[in-house]
Design a protein around this ligand. Structure first.
Ligand code: ADP
Ligand code: MG
Length: 692
């Protein structure tokens, strides 16, 4: 009898050596150990007779050792052991390399199981090469079974771990299972005890999968509960309602310098619906770089202003905040809507075509007066920087989906207890499986179609020095036409976190070599925000032809005259990030090219070629998710044992079930007051997932 939270030390039948292994694994409880599910399984369940073995097929046989000898070899470090194995139906040879200890552990006449793929040997006929083996004693572990293959840390042999988990599974009689029975029934989920046993030592691969899916289901359900309970809690204050003003909407649209795309209209209209309700909006506006999210944000801010309230737009950097303020002014000035730009260094008020510099005190006073569109960095979230009549908060996340910021926003409360509506903009197209899980509590609008007339960025994957030479040629051509180029380089040495060395070295190499005669400038992370702004500003004003940068440029700066981008060591970046980067060009109707230069032929070129094939960020994101896992896409890789330990992209249907189950539970019990165990789990999960 063993239960989930017992110390592993209680387990019977472990040898002192196995107990030592458990110590090195820092495993304290049965749960610690069994929460790590197998990576895959080896199927040794099919016990065969020697006479039936066929070359090329995997099989397990129970045999008696007829002979076992060391074979002389000419290579000094190599030890070959050859055995002749037999059962009632025939004999077969087996060869093992570099396992001399076998000769001490086994002798002629012993019965063992061997598993492996049968090959045809030129001299010995049918033969096993390095099959796994285990003695056919009373405690057979793998043979005759479907055996788990665990992710190993290197200190522990697969064989040992199998022995341990098998012993645990046999003794395990109790796993606390907080899932309400009706939910398990409705979604055909096994009890947790069964799921644990099935996932580790299943009778069939199908059973293993059903066991694993229970873990997926629980993981997603808890995650959903965590997000939604937090939201329900935060939303209790209710939001200021901002009624939709149709006449104003028509005027706004008619004064835009372009026609809104269908996706933009749909996104704006969905937001207006939300803003008209007293439940706070939590909407994510997703669209590739350049898809036109800003005008939607401006439209929403204008609607908030019409309703007599303030809006706040938050950008990741000062330079982006300035850019946003300018863009917003273009859209909002015709309607006499004042804009207050707050950066770390200065504050400006744009009103009726005037630009006025404000002192900190004046800015505070203006914020307190309310009914303004405030633009700034996330510092706007800090107390006293936010208009007190904030009706709508807009966050431009760019590609960094800021978990921490989103958390902050869910608790952004006005002094009067009301909760502002939230519109979050992200240029990371998020695949469906993730949208359902990570973004569980958000409503999503997608801008998929780009504004008409936009040319896709032609992308070419090149290799090494010859490839680079070709890209330099294109940069020179562009410069001749009066156009500009970005060169993005990765960090060369790990201590150079800010990219100073990489960028400066590349800049002087280019200016004195391949791009001699062109004006080459640089930005990197060490520059002060003012210097960075100045460098970007100079580039925008065409004071340089080429801008060498680290990935700093990916955060949204708009330079329509840049038509070429060269990305060095492209294989070091994720696909989504490369896609993000190339979005910095192609912001105009000129033809644009992005060169992805891989270091050498060894680089994973097939992966990069995905970007040659498609300009659709969602397709790129799906591919990235498949190749790199979800943590990377969301920038969550540091969050240790993240929220998604068991779920994989292909588990979408189970994820949907889990989400639905969460909704069912919360419909009756929005704060899980009647399900304290689930709630405790969900709260704990939130801490581990979000407590970076
Ligand atoms: P992002 O989604 O990356 O924030 P922006 O909002 O900066 O994209 O828009 C990119 C460019 O496209 C801007 O210059 C903007 O004025 C322009 N734009 C946006 N919507 C349209 C449209 N419907 N028709 C034409 N141009 C548009
Ligand atoms: Mg933008």
């Amino acid at each position: 009898m063993l239960s989930w939270n017992d110390p592993v030390a209680f387990v019977h039948g472990l040898s002192p050596q196995q107990r030592r292994v458990l110590k090195t694994l820092e495993t304290q409880t049965v749960a610690d150990l069994l929460s790590v599910l197998p990576r895959r399984y080896d199927d040794y369940s099919n016990l065969a007779k020697i006479a039936d073995l066929k070359a090329g097929e995997p099989a397990t046989v129970k045999v008696k050792i007829k002979s076992l000898n060391k074979v002389p070899t000419f290579r000094r470090r190599m030890v070959i052991v050859r055995g002749l194995l037999e059962d009632a139906t025939g004999a077969i040879s087996a060869t093992w390399f570099n396992q001399p200890w076998m000769l001490e552990q086994l002798k002629t006449g012993d019965e063992i199981y061997v598993s492996g793929t049968v090959t045809r040997h030129p001299r010995f006929g049918r033969s096993f090469v390095s099959p796994i083996w285990e003695p056919a004693t009373a405690e057979v572990v793998a043979a005759g079974n479907i055996a788990p293959v665990y992710p190993l840390t290197g200190q522990v042999a697969q064989k040992t771990l199998r022995k341990i988990t098998k012993a645990l599974i046999q003794d395990l009689t109790e796993v606390p299972d907080d899932m309400p029975a009706d939910i398990k029934r409705r979604h055909a989920m096994p009890d947790l005890l069964d799921a644990v046993k099935w996932a580790h030592w299943p009778d069939s691969l199908d059973q293993a999968e059903r066991g694993r899916l229970r873990f997926v289901f629980d993981e997603i359900l808890l995650y959903q509960l965590a997000l939604r309970v937090a939201r329900n809690r935060a939303d209790r204050g209710g939001a200021p309602t901002m009624p939709f003003d149709e006449a104003f909407a028509k005027t706004f649209v008619s004064k835009l310098p372009f026609e809104l795309t269908a996706d933009q209209k749909r996104a704006a209209w969905a937001a207006f619906q939300d803003m008209g309700a007293s439940r706070p909006m939590r909407r994510l506006l997703q669209g590739d770089v350049g898809s036109g999210k800003t005008v939607v944000a401006a439209f929403c801010a204008a609607m908030a202003y019409r309703a007599g309230l303030s809006a706040g737009l938050m950008a990741p950097t000062d330079i982006l905040a300035k850019q946003h303020a300018k863009t917003l002014e273009r859209f909002l000035a015709p309607h006499h809507i004042p804009i207050l730009l707050m950066t770390s260094a200065s504050r400006f008020l744009y009103e009726n075509g005037n630009e006025e510099k404000l002192t900190p005190a004046q800015a505070r006073e203006r914020l307190a007066r309310g009914r303004v569109v405030a633009v700034g960095t996330h510092a706007l979230l800090e107390k006293g920087q936010c208009p007190s009549d904030l009706g709508l908060a807009i966050v431009d996340e760019q590609h960094r989906f800021g978990v921490a910021q989103r958390e902050a926003l869910t608790v952004l409360e006005r002094p009067d207890g009301l909760v502002p509506h939230l519109l979050s903009m992200s240029a990371t197209p998020i695949p469906r499986s993730l949208a359902l899980t990570f973004l569980g509590d958000l409503d999503v609008s997608v801008i998929r179609a780009k504004p008409a007339g936009r040319k896709p960025v032609a992308t070419r994957v090149l290799v090494g020095e010859p490839g680079r030479a070709m890209a330099y040629g294109a940069i020179r051509e562009a410069a001749k036409r009066g156009e500009q180029a970005f060169v993005v380089c990765p960090l060369v040495d790990p201590s150079d976190v800010l990219g100073v060395k990489s960028v400066e070295e590349e800049k002087s190499r280019l200016a004195s070599g391949p791009l001699k005669g062109l004006r080459v400038a640089a930005v990197h992370g060490k520059l002060s925000s003012a210097d960075k702004d100045a460098a970007m500003g100079d580039f925008k004003d065409k004071k340089s032809d080429v801008l060498v940068a680290t990935t700093v440029v990916e955060v949204g700066v708009d330079v329509p005259n840049a038509t070429v981008m060269l990305i060095e060591s492209a294989e070091r970046f994720g696909l989504a990030q490369l896609h993000q980067l190339r979005g910095r060009i192609g912001r105009d109707d000129k033809p644009c090219t992005c060169f992805l230069v891989a270091t050498d032929e060894e680089a994973p070129l097939a992966r990069l070629k995905v970007l040659e094939r498609t300009n659709d960020g969602f397709e790129v994101a799906e591919e990235d998710l498949r190749l790199r896992g979800q943590g990377n896409i969301l920038g969550l890789q540091q969050s240790g044992r993240g929220a998604f330990r068991y779920s994989r992209p292909e588990d979408v249907s189970t994820m949907v079930q889990a989400r639905d189950a969460a909704l069912e539970l919360l419909r009756e019990d929005p704060l899980l007051e009647n399900h304290p165990d689930l709630r405790a789990h969900a709260d704990k999960l939130r801490e581990t997932a979000h407590g970076e």
